[in-house]
Design a protein around this ligand. Structure first.
Ligand code: UDP
Ligand code: MG
Length: 331
């Protein structure tokens, strides 16, 4: 009985990239005859021809499964849907734009066969803009200091996960998701391999740095990462409050002593203004941080489904149970 590997590919407006990605995946399948492959595409509410391309592909190719979302839910959720519906003994996640080479998958499989549960690909060369690389490095360094979960640096979602990890991830239902945080959080035996990331061939990145936007903003992703890894920022607020109180107390003592000694007191209008603005700023930031956590609690408390499916096509594979059943029947 061949092992089945599900390749999960989230796709949002990827009509231009899909043909070459599909071709590369087919090549992979023919180069690995020892395994069965399921190609599971999650069409994340695309507005171009992505759905048509994928639905056509599913009718022609028996290894292709397609999930069409009812609207755009975002990449993190698309990957979650892939994890929920994957039929494989292992899954590999990759983007539709060909930035992550499917040619690396045989090496991932090799390490999986050696007993690793999570074989992740680290970008030796990263094709993103300088600003994005800098932000990303600083972000993960800070985050690592705030959690005891080891975080994989320079790693995207491109990785192979064993069934154990799939079962673990299916138990994580959070709406504010950052998959990378979850992959780190679940633990299991991890193995790093490296690759050189190529620039996007066609189409453009779906991410932006938008600070106040709800869409595919890297800023939102970053905060989701923080709030899903650690509640330490809340502790920092307490520490900042204590520090302000201490400084205030010292100042109070100084003022009392000066009054007792009959020394002149500063009129101090400027000092007052600076301190009021400083404290106001700190308080608002503190409320903002608190708000991020409260807002996420609110979203989770709604218990809405993570995603809604418009329609779905699942490839049929012979499962171990049916095969065992048939073997027994024929005996
Ligand atoms: N994607 C998605 N839903 C979205 C945005 C992106 O499914 O709302 C998919 C996209 O089609 C691609 C992958 O996520 O397969 C990564 O997106 P992109 O290449 O734009 O991100 P980058 O490589 O710049 O991180
Ligand atoms: Mg990309």
């Amino acid at each position: 009985m061949k092992k089945l590997i599900t390749i999960i590919v989230p796709a949002f407006n990827e009509e231009e990239s899909l043909p070459s990605t599909i071709e590369r995946l087919n090549k992979l399948a023919t180069s690995q005859p020892k395994y069965n492959f399921e190609f599971l595409f999650v069409n994340d509410g695309s507005r171009d021809k992505t759905a048509e391309i994928l639905n056509d592909l599913a009718t022609q190719n028996g290894h292709v499964s397609v999930i069409n979302f009812s609207r755009n839910f975002g990449k993190e959720i698309a990957v979650a849907a892939g994890i929920d519906h994957a039929q494989g003994d292992a899954i590999v996640m990759m983007d539709a734009d060909g930035q992550e080479p499917p040619e690396l998958i045989p090496e991932m499989i090799k390490w999986w066969e050696k007993g690793y549960d999570d074989v992740y690909a680290r970008r030796h060369v990263r094709a993103d803009s300088r600003l994005r690389k800098f932000n990303s490095a600083a972000y993960y360094r800070t985050l690592q200091k705030m959690t005891r979960v080891p975080i994989q640096i320079d790693t995207g979602d491109f990785r192979l996960l064993d069934k154990k990890c799939i079962m673990a991830l299916r138990q994580c239902h959070e709406v504010s998701r950052q998959n990378k945080a979850l992959f780190s959080w679940i633990g299991y035996k991890k193995k790093e391999i490296t690759y050189d990331q190529k620039p996007r061939q066609v189409g453009e990145t779906k991410w932006h740095f938008g600070f106040l936007s709800a869409g595919n903003s890297l800023f939102n992703l970053a905060i989701d990462g923080f709030t899903s890894f650690t509640t330490l920022p809340l502790r920092y607020i307490t520490v900042a409050g204590l520090a302000a109180l201490l400084i205030d107390f010292i100042y109070l003592v100084v003022v009392i002593i000066r009054a007792c000694l009959g020394l002149s007191q500063d009129a101090g209008f400027n000092t007052l203004l600076i301190i009021i603005l400083l404290m106001g700023g700190i308080e608002l930031i503190a409320m903002g941080i608190l708000g991020e956590y409260v807002g996420r609690t609110f979203n989770e408390a709604k218990h809405r489904p993570l995603y809604l499916i418009q329609d779905m096509h699942q490839a049929k594979f012979e499962s171990k149970e049916t095969k065992d059943g048939r073997d027994k029947a024929s005996k």
